[in-house]
Design a protein around this ligand. Structure first.
Ligand SMILES: Nc1nc2c(c(=O)[nH]1)N[C@H]1C(S)=C(S)[C@@H](COP(=O)(O)O)O[C@H]1N2
Ligand SMILES: [Mo]
Length: 221
């Protein structure tokens, strides 16, 4: 009893402090890490673990799909826009507590891109990379094939802005928002899950909202 209690007390504040403390330290203009509220962002905070990220648009944005696939692919922004688009409206939930209700995302389901490249039978997972040069994420194939997991081109019924990871970010609706990698540039099919940036620092790889990161008994809000 005492052992379990103590572990809970130590673990929860550490996890809570992780992202906020890191972001605070990373930004000299915003030592609290709390003023990243966008003027019209409706409660969003703007997060980046990289100090600066180049802008990419229709001329120079590319998304590659490679690794354990039959046909490696490269998509331009126009090519992604030309594919059928899916719209999902859910609450955005950051693991540190902030939440943005009813946020529309629109884009191409990951499962469509996986079908197009021909996933080889030995592939069981995906590693995502970003053109900020730093952030990574991961999903298992069954997670990636859900119909609420997409390569998002639009958020809140507008093209994704640079600060929110535009022109293209990953959007994993049922998981904490750290799974939704911004500035997405690479989708690599792998044999096993390779934990992403925050997961190497202690956050859960399976990041289901309300059922991970020590929040297993949290009420769904
Ligand atoms: N490339 C990249 N993607 C990222 C992050 C990041 O720092 N870099 N932060 C993650 C976290 S912790 C959150 S809560 C959301 C924040 O998205 P927003 O900046 O659009 O609010 O992006 C996620 N994806
Ligand atoms: Mo987050």
């Amino acid at each position: 009893m005492v052992g379990l209690g103590a572990a809970g007390l130590v673990t929860a504040p550490y996890l809570q402090g992780g992202i906020e403390a890191f972001l605070g330290a990373a930004s000299d203009k915003d030592p609290t890490g709390l003023t990243g509220l966008l003027p019209n962002g409706g409660g969003f905070r703007y997060y980046s673990v990289a100090s600066s990220v180049p802008e990419r648009g229709p001329e120079n944005y590319r998304l590659t799909v490679d690794g354990l696939v039959e046909r490696p692919m490269t998509y331009t922004l126009d090519a992604l826009r030309a594919l059928p688009q899916t719209r999902v409206v859910r609450d955005v939930q950051c693991v540190t507590g902030w939440r943005v209700p009813g946020t529309p995302f629109e884009g191409v389901t990951l499962t469509r891109l996986l079908d197009a490249c021909g996933v080889r039978p030995e592939a069981r997972a995906i590693r995502f990379s970003c053109f900020d040069g730093t952030y990574t994420e991961s999903l298992t194939l069954p997670q990636a094939r859900r119909d609420d997991v997409m390569v998002a081109l639009r958020m809140q019924d507008k093209p994704l802005s640079h600060s929110h990871g535009g022109p293209v970010r990953l959007y994993v609706a049922p998981m904490y928002f750290y799974k939704s990698a911004k500035w997405l540039s690479g989708i690599t099919l792998t044999r096993d899950v390779e934990p992403g940036y925050w997961e190497d620092l202690g956050y859960d790889v399976d990041a289901w909202v309300g059922r991970s990161n020590g929040r297993d008994d949290a009420p769904t809000v």
